[in-house]
Design a binder for this molecule. Structure first.
Ligand code: PEP
Ligand code: MG
Length: 580
């Protein structure tokens, strides 16, 4: 992926452009320290469980340190010390005075792990300070660094590191999580760059949703330095060019989304946060094709009640003023963790394959039923659809429908105002679901294809890992065939099908997606005008020729070349050959 974002530095680094755009401004380095540490007593019979929790956090911290070390190793020069230091940090997590002391405190004094670490940091610092030696003082800082990392991972909780950011800053941070991104004030932040994180993780999606230029996976973040006057001048010009183009695209807001030869295409918006609804309406979206409800669970220690969820959803439905709202039930697990669900989700060796999304909902029925009740209640105020993430089998959808009926009966007994039952759909984002789309279509009212996860699971590529980001390819023939098969199954069953993964918002994918049978796309609001512009240039025979040409290729490299060339790149002979 091209690195499209220039932050402020002459040295841009080798990062992955996760959200395109240009931002010019002063950098603000995020301090990852300063975590408030809770202290409580562990019951005697839960000590082993606490030690297991500690060991989970140790494994996670070691993994992060290994990733940072690999990053440092790619730096051109001068990073040898950092590599050694990170190796030493990892060592401190296996057998050290710090870890022995922490385990003793948990085992013998029943102190919770976070507090045990803090106490042990304090005690090591005090004893080193008493020796009055500069070298040891520096080692105490290292112990503190490792300890605080561990505490952050134990808490799985994000203090607001963005509270004091001066307006107009570009953030530099080791890592920014999706929950962190939700805390950012897009009016204060112009963009960000991080050392860790892949192109298709939720931080990237959030950045695109907020319209913030961002680069991740940069080695040597701290080396970014002042740009020269010539560089600045160049990017100022590029920025005003882009602003002019954006203004032009915005004027398409009320023009119909229709191909040059008259096929209507429904363009909807994805919402990460309720505040994005204004942008969605301004973009001219026909509705919300995907509301990710994870925001309701982020950055808080407890779970949202039915009333709280209902209030948020009702307001959204009202703001949409008759346009449909597709509410996806909670999709935590994997990289998106909610603090209050830590115990239910637990530690998983392969979080993306573990207890997440609807798997968690069906194991924790109260969680699912509370959300279904809130959605049903909100549906009395306008059109709503219910979307279930990570579906892999027909029986899961049947179970969800039973939950839905049960919740509806319960609400009726409570005398709650309801309207007709909203349509119930499945995200098709696991290869098994795509291959079983015919059977699933019989138990679903609609499909939404999640091409982000579909790519991740088909190609076995962690979408949040920058080290394998070059292998993440939503245009791999295998992924395309699954999308085509799913769309065809939906058409055969006469149910609607949309695609709401990130490729829906990439104007270069539009011709192919239409050719694969899609007539509904859902994307970040900022992407919508450019996609509409593209649709209005295309004609269906062109789209079919282009798609058939792509689907005849088995090599991703050839497909990429065709995608870059686009419909206009097809020669006359190919057009004729594929013309029906
Ligand atoms: C997807 O997987 O394509 C999708 C839309 O869901 P998410 O990105 O939230 O996993
Ligand atoms: Mg998904």
């Amino acid at each position: 992926m091209k690195n499209e974002t220039n932050t402020t530095g002459e040295y841009i680094g080798r990062g992955i452009g996760i959200s395109s755009g240009i931002a010019i401004g002063p950098v603000y380095i995020i301090n990852q320290h300063g975590v408030p540490v809770p202290e409580y007593e562990i019951p005697a019979d839960e000590v082993e469980k606490e030690l297991k929790r500690l060991s989970g956090a140790v494994t996670k911290t070691q993994r992060q340190l290994s990733q940072l070390k690999m990053k440092a190793e790619t730096l051109p020069t001068g990073a040898e010390d950092i590599v050694l230091l990170l190796e030493a940090y990892k060592g401190m997590l296996s057998s050290s005075r710090l870890m022995r002391g922490v385990e003793d405190l948990v085992r013998q004094q029943h102190v919770n792990a976070e507090a045990a670490i803090q106490r042990q940091i304090n005690s090591i610092k005090a004893s080193f300070a008493a020796m009055g030696d500069d070298y040891l003082a520096a080692r105490a800082a290292d112990v503190s660094e490792v300890g605080v990392r561990l505490i952050r991972n134990l808490l799985q909780q994000h203090y607001n590191p963005f509270a004091d950011i001066p307006e107009g800053s570009i953030l530099l941070a080791e890592e920014i999580t999706p929950a962190d991104t939700a805390l950012m004030n897009p009016h204060h932040v112009l963009g960000f760059a991080t050392a860790l994180g892949g192109a298709e993780g939720h931080t990237a999606i959030m950045a695109r949703a907020l319209g913030l230029p961002a680069v991740s996976g940069i080695a040597g973040l701290q080396d970014i330095n002042r740009p020269t006057a010539a560089t600045l001048q160049h990017y100022r010009q590029e920025l005003s060019k882009k602003q002019r183009e954006d203004r032009k695209l915005k004027s398409l807001r009320d023009t119909p989304s229709i191909t040059a030869d008259g096929t209507p295409i429904v363009l909807q918006a994805n919402l990460e946060l309720p505040r994005d609804v204004e942008a969605a309406m301004e973009s001219g979206a026909a509705g919300i094709g995907l509301l990710r409800t994870e925001f309701l669970f982020m950055n808080r220690p407890d779970l949202p009640s039915e009333d709280e969820q209902f209030d948020v959803l009702k307001k959204l439905v009202q703001k949409l003023d008759g346009k449909p709202l597709t509410v996806r039930t909670l999709d935590v697990g994997g990289e998106k963790l909610a603090t209050a669900l830590g115990d239910a989700v637990g530690e998983s060796v392969n979080p993306a394959l573990g207890l997440r999304a609807i798997r968690l909902g069906l194991k924790e029925p109260k969680l699912l039923d509370t959300q279904l009740a809130a959605i049903l209640r909100a549906s009395a105020y306008g059109p709503v659809r219910i979307l279930i993430p990570m579906v892999s089998s027909v029986s899961q959808m049947k179970q969800v429908r039973e939950h839905l009926m049960h919740v509806e009966r319960r609400l009726q007994r409570r005398g709650v105002r309801l309207s007709t039952m909203p349509p119930l759909g499945a995200m098709i984002e696991i290869p098994a679901a795509a291959l079983a789309a015919d059977a699933l279509a019989r138990v679903c009212d609609f499909f939404a294809i999640g091409s982000n996860d579909l790519t991740q699971y088909t190609l076995a590529i962690d979408r949040g890992d920058d080290r394998v980001a070059d292998l993440y390819d939503p245009f791999h023939p295998a992924v395309l065939r699954l999308i085509q098969f799913t769309a065809a199954a939906a058409w055969r069953a006469n149910i609607s099908v949309s695609l709401c993964g990130e490729i829906a918002g990439d104007r270069r994918s539009v011709a192919l997606l239409l050719g694969l049978g899609l007539r509904e796309l859902s994307m970040a609001p900022v992407r919508l005008p450019a996609v509409k512009h593209e649709i209005r240039q295309l004609s269906m025979p062109q789209v079919v020729a282009f798609t058939e040409c792509i689907m005849s290729k088995s090599d991703s490299v050839e497909i990429k070349e065709l995608m870059v060339a686009g419909v206009a790149g097809l020669d006359e002979a190919t057009r004729e050959k594929y013309k029906r």
